[in-house]
Design a protein around this ligand. Sequence first.
Ligand SMILES: C[S@@+](CC[C@H](N)C(=O)[O-])C[C@H]1O[C@@H](n2cnc3c(N)ncnc32)[C@H](O)[C@@H]1O
Length: 510
Amino acid sequence: MEQFTFKNKRLAGSDPINMKPIKIKDLTWDPSIYPRTSKSRQTINAYAEALEIGAQFPPIKIQRVFNYPDADGNKTTQATIILDGNHRCSAFQEKGIQEIPAIEWKDHPLDYEKNKIPLLLESARCNTIHGDRLTPNDKKRVARDIASTDPECKYTEDALAEKLGVSQQTVNAWITDIRVRQRTNRNSIILKLSRLGWTQEKISETMGIKQQRISQITNNTSFGNICNLLSQGHNMEYIAAHYQMDLALTWAIRLQGKTDQEKFKELGWGLRTWDQWNFNECDERFGDDWPGRIPAQLIAHTLFYFTKPNDLVLDPMAGGGVVPDTCLLFERKCQAFDLAAQDKQDKRPEIEYHHWDPKKEAWPVLKKPDLIFFDPPYYTKKKKEYEQKANKDIPSISSYTKKDYKQFFKDFFTLAHKNAKPTTTLAFLNADWRDFESTPAAEEKPDKAITIFDYHSLLSETGWKTIFRIECPLSSERLTGNQVQKMQDKRILGTIGRTLLIAKKLTPPL
Ligand SMILES: C[S@@+](CC[C@H](N)C(=O)[O-])C[C@H]1O[C@@H](n2cnc3c(N)ncnc32)[C@H](O)[C@@H]1O
């Protein structure tokens, strides 16, 4: 609430010429365009109070768009999205006011797909100059979102710094890892696939390059001496950019031949000795920004305790690729799949397209894995984000009904059991899912939740015996003070637990 003052019941900038009232129910709040990750309850309350004493607010800013993905993922819908004024809309709605004054940014509808970055930047610019100022974290998210969708680097660090009102060094620190990955060259992709265990034949087919050439590249490519560059004071980001490699591969080459424990040390990761693995945040050097991204440290610990170098790891739902990245570091082979793999064919060819529908019994894995690291969606958490990457013929399991979702796992665990070795380990990560947003703990209905005990039962029913239950909690800092207060007032018990179940095959299955 920086610049709005309620003194004269008329707030700054409230009468531009092209202002018109618009129905709030016709507006779309698009989290991928809007720079703020959460709404502030305090701001909404303050605006609602101001409305009561008759304050007039400056118009919100909106934009009509077409080519907007509808709920089924078809990109044909039109929408009017909010660029600025989300808190004002909420306050109006809470006061029962159905229309709000609005101005349009551009006076003609824009192609959403082609204008995502300009829309995000305009929204960030408005939110930077007034209203509740954006937090550094919100700005960082905007900068990273833009950098990841801008592989040609049309938006320089300088331009982003100006729009977001921060220094160029700050933008640099936020997005270096993304830019490094974008500059990766073809040879390094070939090396990466080869290190992950891809045959030359498969690399040749995927990259459209003759097998003989693949063999030359994997045998002869030299990346000089990384240690020399380090001793000259250069950091790993610099070295990766120098060789046009992604950061994970650069680290893998630096760590090559060291023991797992030495690798933990060099990466700056404390090695946990007990079955409680707390990590404050994801290590942004490894894996891409992805909804539901998990820390590389969590995977490194799983590799450390349950595999050895050269073992084959299967990641059925690989998302942003943190499992293959960590396998590279620890010299494990990896085969990774996701239904959203087409999105990232250029940058992450190691993630192959596969839509798991275990009823069809398709198992695209070439060799029997030593470890299956399975991090599926936690039921409907992030449903909207995954739906944007899937479509109605190839749905993410986060769109299933509860019954179908559970059946999916029963079928998947059965299929995995059939295709695994007697010694294969299954590492399954998930969290309790409950409708906790609005229900006091004592009123939770038993059939409402899906908990770790349900997954444990499904594993047992399909021939897997859980041998470890490792707690890997999420951080509670994702919630604002206001949200916590609201939960406490309503006696809602939040969930930050996340559990890694480690299971082995019971042979024969029960
Ligand atoms: C929790 S995310 C994985 C995140 C990943 N471990 C990371 O850290 O980036 C789950 C993934 O499952 C994928 N997915 C959901 N249903 C699928 C299906 N039926 N077949 C293949 N992938 C699916 C989604 O696209 C999503 O990327």
